[in-house]
Design a protein around this ligand. Structure first.
Ligand code: ARG
Length: 572
């Protein structure tokens, strides 16, 4: 990494001066901040030799002794803190060299050994509304998968569909009464939802229907083919149309799993929990795991009538995943805050199982997130992902046609651009603030070209592509970067150089807002540089160097957008 070069240029001489190990110094060096200080910082108390107590005095002594080198211009003592100023031209050069070398991999890392992470996200329930929680799980989960890929992990993305349980017996009965083949083929997600709403309304006052639903599901559980045929169709048609919608968001799953897939593992769950003495039977005949000692209640594992529950199936799905993918290092559940207690219970049960079977995974992580308020589409308040994307696209089409945001290039495919812009708007709105925060859904805010929006980031990217298109020279790989003398060029290079650190911390925290905020900073600094560093009209050598700088900014922005699941637009 470019910054590594500078860290070594500090650590090496400093190690000689202090007898402190280079690695230790590098570990404590703070990289230039996002606020664009072109200095590395070092807290001197971390280097204090035995007997030396005065960090301020020691800091001054070291600053006086530190000799400038190729990369570092000077060292200054600020209280118990050392600051090292980098040489701008060297910093620009090494940053651009790195981007040139790594291109679309710039910002990515490798791991010394392969680690596998399972990410469970989106996971809607067939026939039920795709609510705001699913929207966030889809968007955040996709990011969490991509950021792990970029950090060298082997990832497995699972869509754990809600596709099993009594309600699918009810749905089958509902379909006999209200279903229409044509509608099902045309739009399974909406049609099944309609049927589901109607049959639930009926079942509310009719216990007969409830009984029939139970009986139907029991047949499904026993593997009765005639009962399963209908359910399988609902499931497959739903998955097919989900896939089309996910494609608009660049989302791909490695595995469409679901609660139904755990069925054959359920007896093993009972057997295992019994063997480890973790199951207790209550007075009314249900079986529970007692987690009172951990203040986590007594989750039911098996109903008195012998049927399984959501919890049983989640434990079974761990068995299934181990079977399918072998041992994994981490498992991330991207689920809303409503299931916080539930997941704590699941994780605690895993820990208890692990006491008996040390190979049982315990690195289970809840990627929690806040609520979305006021989400509705033009069609009304029950929200499906497709309707959200359609509405976003409509908004963007209107904005473009009214020309009230920006001047569009001539576009061959307006609908496609509007769709991509709409998706960017939805995605960035969801990731711009801390993952745990609630937010207010707003069409106007998110589709605006101003402010912290996906449209603004896309606009910056398209503009950077435009700089290349409109210049009559092509940028040169060997451009003379020493011609980039302006402070705007240095600031842009500094910002570009931060991407690798940003991708690392965004992975550790699994919070995309770190990356989104960084991309806004990059867009802002790019536009400042673009005002000053004209390509047109500059002499050829300078123009080449500037083009290289803007190409690196474009590459950095594009790589960042891709990590968010956004397809960067070349024209808009
Ligand atoms: N289908 C569930 C719901 O809509 C979410 C599933 C989350 N994943 C899991 N392994 N429990 O609430």
């Amino acid at each position: 990494m470019a910054t590594q070069l500078f860290k070594r240029a500090i650590a090496k001489p400093l190690s000689k001066l202090t007898q402190v190990n280079e690695k230790h110094i590098i570990k404590n060096l703070q990289t230039p901040k996002i606020q664009l200080q072109h200095q590395f910082g070092l807290p001197v108390p971390k280097l204090l030799p035995e007997g030396q107590k005065n960090a301020v005095a020691y800091s001054q002594e070291l600053a006086g002794k530190f000799e400038p080198n190729t990369y570092i211009e000077k060292a200054t003592a600020v209280g118990p803190f050392l600051q090292f100023d980098v040489r701008p031209s060297e910093y620009i050069k090494s940053t651009l060299t790195q981007v040139l070398k790594e291109k679309d991999k710039y910002g990515c890392h490798t791991l010394p050994e392969k680690k596998t992470v399972i990410i469970d996200y989106s996971s809607p329930n067939i026939a039920k509304p795709f609510h705001a929680g699913h929207l966030r799980s889809t968007i955040l989960g996709n990011f969490i998968k991509r950021i792990h890929d970029a950090n060298g992990y082997h990832t497995i993305g699972i869509n754990y569909l809600g596709d099993w349980g009594k309600q699918y017996g009810l749905l089958a009965i509902g379909f006999e009464m209200f279903g229409e083949e044509g509608e099902l083929e045309k739009d399974p997600i909406h049609h099944l939802y309609e049927v589901y709403v109607k049959i639930n309304a009926l079942a509310k006052d009719d216990t007969e229907i409830d009984k029939r639903a139970n009986a139907y599901f029991k047949k499904m559980e026993q593997g009765d083919e005639t009962a399963l045929i209908q359910w399988r169709r609902f499931r497959e048609l739903s998955i097919d149309s989900y896939k089309q919608i996910y494609k608009r968001l660049n989302i791909d799953f490695d595995y469409f799993s679901g609660e139904s897939q755990t069925e054959s593992y359920i007896p093993k769950v009972y057997e295992m929990l019994n063997k480890y003495g973790l199951m207790e039977t209550t007075d009314d005949g249900a079986s529970i795991v007692n987690l009172e000692a951990y203040k986590l209640g007594k989750p039911i594992i098996q109903r008195a009538d012998g049927t399984s529950l959501y919890m049983t199936r989640d434990i079974a799905s761990i068995l299934l995943r181990r079977q399918l993918f072998g041992d994994f290092d981490k498992s991330v559940y991207v689920v809303g805050i409503e299931q916080e207690l539930y997941l704590k219970q699941l994780f605690k049960i895993s820990e208890l199982i692990n006491h008996h079977d040390p190979s049982w995974p315990t690195d289970l992580y809840h990627a929690n997130f806040g609520r979305v308020m006021g989400m509705s589409t033009r069609k009304g308040t029950v929200v499906f992902l497709q309707d959200i994307l359609d509405t976003a696209q409509e908004h963007m089409l209107e904005n473009i046609k009214n020309g009230n945001q920006f001047k569009m290039d001539e576009l061959d495919d307006l609908n496609n651009v509007a769709d991509k812009l709409g998706a960017s708007a939805v995605l960035v709105q969801d990731m711009v603030a801390k993952r745990l925060k609630n937010y207010q859904f707003s069409w106007d805010r998110m589709t605006s070209a101003r402010g912290y929006t996906g449209v603004y980031l896309q606009y910056t990217h398209a503009r950077l592509c435009g700089i290349e298109r409109n210049s009559n020279i092509s940028f040169d790989m060997d451009a003379d970067t020493s011609l980039l003398k302006e402070k705007e060029a240095f600031e842009l290079a500094l910002t570009i150089s931060q991407l690798p650190d940003i991708t690392q911390s965004a992975c550790q925290t699994m919070d995309p807002c770190i990356l989104v905020q960084y991309l806004f900073k990059l867009a802002h600094v790019t536009s400042q540089a673009n005002n000053i560093l004209r390509v047109k009209g500059a002499d050829t050598k300078t123009a080449e160097a500037r083009l290289l700088l803007f190409w690196a900014a474009k590459t950095t922005l594009a790589n960042g957008l891709n990590l968010l699941g956004i397809d960067p637009l070349n024209r808009m």
